[in-house]
Write a protein that binds this ligand. Structure first.
Ligand SMILES: C[S@@+](CC[C@H](N)C(=O)[O-])C[C@H]1O[C@@H](n2cnc3c(N)ncnc32)[C@H](O)[C@@H]1O
Length: 305
């Protein structure tokens, strides 16, 4: 692992020569990605903090901006830097959540099952919206990235059968999130075969559909929502070749690093909070290339996620 003060410029050649499949850079993503050379990664798979949903309690945290406009501008700036470090044929898989206006509440209590729910601040209601409005943040971010030059290629619905129950009585319970797929250029690397799904009649496989039904996966060491590995796996398989380079600029507990190892890819994660870097380091140290990876190496690129 590299030191927190390193000023090394990372390129795929340097990363490969180090023979460590996962590296973690600790600090603000907008600064740390400056250490990475242009066009290093095949794909980026990530989930930034959602606006006003969690207090990660660090100075440069994204997600705690007073206004939605500032949040969107910050994300656009982060992902502009991501675009620079992606290869020209690279892709971005972005999971970002929708939120409701806080209805004038100034804080939110923790609950016994979800300590990360506690918030010492709540964002203001954006201009033009009303209390209880669904803000549509996910689509606002997607449109802003598209305007900034990304090609928006797919809106995938992540359907969560084991979603959090909600105490609401005047709307349906939210059981999905968006996973947007963007590309840097008009044509790009996409291993369609690697993520095909079974046909309903069981006779062969068909092109992957845009609704993915995947349960959330608890991870006891983190007080925030972690990616389920089954959500990350198809993104990495379709977005990078075996031994390719994957980026997660909001690394958290390091799920993308774990799946990179399982699928035989290299990964760089950026995470602002040193405590989370430690959690990710320990988690990654305990993961190993899976049987699945062994099969994929002997059988070419024919993965089944
Ligand atoms: C939703 S969590 C990511 C969880 C991750 N996908 C996982 O599976 O564990 C978002 C992460 O972004 C980090 N973060 C927030 N602002 C950041 C910034 N400016 N630079 C880098 N990381 C940041 C938070 O500390 C948090 O760990």
């Amino acid at each position: 692992m590299i030191s927190k003060t390193s000023t090394t410029t990372f390129s795929s050649a340097i990363l490969r020569s180090d023979r460590e499949p996962v590296k973690i850079l600790c600090g603000d993503v907008r600064k740390k990605l400056k250490e990475v050379q242009d066009k290093t990664f095949h794909t980026c798979v990530t989930s930034p903090p959602y606006w006003g949903m969690r207090d990660y309690d660090h100075r440069e945290q994204i997600g705690a901006e007073d206004t939605l406009t500032e949040y969107v501008e910050n994300l656009v700036e982060c992902f502009r830097e991501v675009r620079r470090v992606l290869r020209d044929d690279g892709t971005l898989w972005l999971n970002v959540g929708n939120t409701y206006t806080s209805g004038g509440r100034a804080w939110r209590a923790a609950d016994s099952k979800n300590k990360g729910r506690a918030m010492s601040y709540r964002p203001n209601t954006p201009m033009g919206l009303k209390p209880k409005d669904l803000i549509g943040v996910a689509w606002i971010v997607a449109m802003a990235l598209q305007s900034d030059g990304w090609y928006l290629r797919s809106d995938i619905i992540w359907h969560k059968p084991n979603c959090q129950p909600e105490s609401v009585k005047d709307r349906v319970t939210v059981s999905h999130e968006y996973l947007f797929m963007f590309s840097k250029s008009e044509s790009y690397f996409f291993d369609q075969e690697a993520i095909k799904e079974l046909r309903a009649d069981g006779l062969g496989r068909k092109n992957r559909r845009s609704v993915w039904t995947i349960n959330t996966e608890p991870f006891k060491d983190a007080h925030f929502a972690v990616f389920p590995r089954s959500l990350v796996r198809p993104c990495i398989l379709a977005g990078s070749p075996v031994d390719g380079f994957v980026l997660d600029p909001f690394f958290g507990s390091g799920t993308v690093g774990v799946v990179a190892i399982e699928t035989g890819r290299n990964c760089v994660g950026v995470e602002a909070k040193p405590e989370y870097v430690e959690i990710a380091r320990k988690r990654i140290a305990g993961s190993a290339p899976s049987l699945f990876y062994g099969i994929s190496l002997s059988g070419g690129n024919s993965h089944t996620p």
